[in-house]
Write a protein that binds this ligand. Structure first.
Ligand code: XLS
Ligand code: MG
Ligand code: MG
Length: 411
């Protein structure tokens, strides 16, 4: 094997990317409600045990690159783009003005804003800490983020209360912390109503995002279901304004079916926003690009969402791997993540309209001949052969995933 000189490596990556083919055009990509987070593109590859592998980059580069790729929407934490000490001050509005200009110039829209309430040392005891001062600061942060969201034209605000919990038991009383957390969400919604009225805009959709572990050891709202219960608990003054931003991997992390978690959110009318990525069960938040680990599961997830006409954002909340260079982030990582999503979304449409899946599903719902419903043996016999369709449908979906339904055979 001949070593590849440093100055030829980018060209090699680009050549192999075009050899892969199958890419959508930027114009096609823009037709989907796909949003690119500031923090995902700017992630320099650091973690608790990892030094950064890429330089830090600002919103200017991220927005420009998203525009080139065809990612039409952008999302951000307040402190991804505004230094903590500038929040709420004139300097903040100066940055927001520059962002707006950049977005317009690149024809990218801000879809979502979120307050960082987990990283800074002020959140050591979480956003609903015992200290009234910290809780007032949390309210300021979410209200301020609502204002930034309106100014940037966003329609969604996300809250990931990852630091709402503890490492050691004893100090935190859960009911008290949850009440305090609700007060922050109430402050955001109440302020939103005022700001929206002043600006003549609709209020934002406020979306809670769960993660079962990380960064706290024990999390008070670890799952989307816990959050549905929280929304319905009576603690919120505007529960109608609050829904969910499930993240695919966050549901998988606690070992269950993300599709079932999404189904419960749909039934509750609370599936507002969706963070898309991939990873493994019962592992930490590895935030891999969509479809690289569980493409079949993803296809099934999108079948559910398509058949329920979900029309909210698909937010690319993943982390380009540490092995990917800064060049690779925009040359390989984002375009391929977008294209895998679009491919899976279109395949989901094929599953929904597939005549075999349809006939098999209808047959299952029609059931076998009517027999005495109190006779378990007769009922079993009446359906025995039909039930093979469960596996047949799963096989058909696999065929659609790999293109065998269009005659692709291997070997
Ligand atoms: C972290 C979360 C975070 C939220 C926004 O695990 O996914 O990125 O989506 O704060
Ligand atoms: Mg997320
Ligand atoms: Mg994650």
């Amino acid at each position: 094997m001949t070593p590849i000189p440093e100055n030829q490596q980018q060209a090699l990556v680009s050549r192999l990317m075009s050899a892969c083919g199958g890419a959508y055009s930027p114009a096609t990509r823009r037709r989907y409600f796909i949003s690119g987070p500031q923090w995902a593109a700017a992630y320099p590859g650091h973690a608790l045990f990892h030094a950064p592998t890429r330089p830090e980059i600002g919103f200017e580069d991220v927005i420009r690159k998203y525009a080139d790729i065809g990612i039409g929407y952008w999302s951000t934490h307040d402190t991804d783009v505004i230094p903590t000490e500038a929040l709420g001050k004139d300097a903040q509005w100066e940055v927001v003005g520059r962002i707006n200009k950049f977005l317009t110039e690149n024809d990218v829209k801000c879809s979502m804003v979120t307050a960082e309430t987990f990283h800074h040392a002020v959140w050591a005891a979480g956003p609903a800490a015992e200290s009234p001062g910290v809780r007032e600061y949390a309210k300021f942060r979410v209200r301020n983020t609502v204002e930034i969201g309106h100014e940037l034209g966003a329609h969604f605000a996300v809250y990931w209360p990852g630091s709402l919990g503890y490492f050691v038991q004893g100090a935190v009383e859960e009911t008290e912390s949850l009440r305090w957390y609700a007060q922050a969400i109430n402050a955001a919604c109440e302020h939103d109503i005022e700001v929206a009225r002043t600006k003549g805009r609709n209020t934002l959709k406020h979306c809670l995002e769960a993660k079962p572990f990380e960064p706290q050891a024990e999390i008070l709202l670890p799952t989307s279901d816990a959050m549905l219960a929280f929304i319905a608990s009576g603690l919120l003054t505007h529960p109608e304004m609050v829904g969910l931003n499930p993240e695919y991997l966050h549901e998988l992390m606690w070992g269950v079916a993300p599709r079932a978690a999404l189904a419960r959110a749909l039934l509750a009318g609370k599936l507002f926003h969706f963070d898309i990525n991939d990873g493994y069960r019962l592992k930490h938040d590895v935030d891999i690009g969509i479809g690289l680990v569980n493409p079949l599961d993803w296809l099934n997830v999108l079948v559910l969402l398509r058949s329920h006409s979900y029309n909210g954002p698909f937010n690319l909340d993943y982390k380009p791997p540490r092995t990917t260079s800064q060049f690779g982030v925009f040359e390989v990582s984002f375009p391929t993540a977008v294209d895998r999503f679009i491919t899976l979304w279109e395949l989901a449409g094929e599953v929904i309209s597939d005549p075999i899946v349809k006939e098999a599903t209808d047959a299952l719902k029609a059931g076998g001949p009517m027999v005495d419903v109190l006779d378990a043996e007769a009922l079993t016999r009446a359906h025995r052969e039909l039930l093979s369709l469960h596996e047949l449908i799963a096989h058909r979906i696999f065929q659609i995933l790999i293109g065998a339904h269009r005659g692709r055979v291997i070997g």
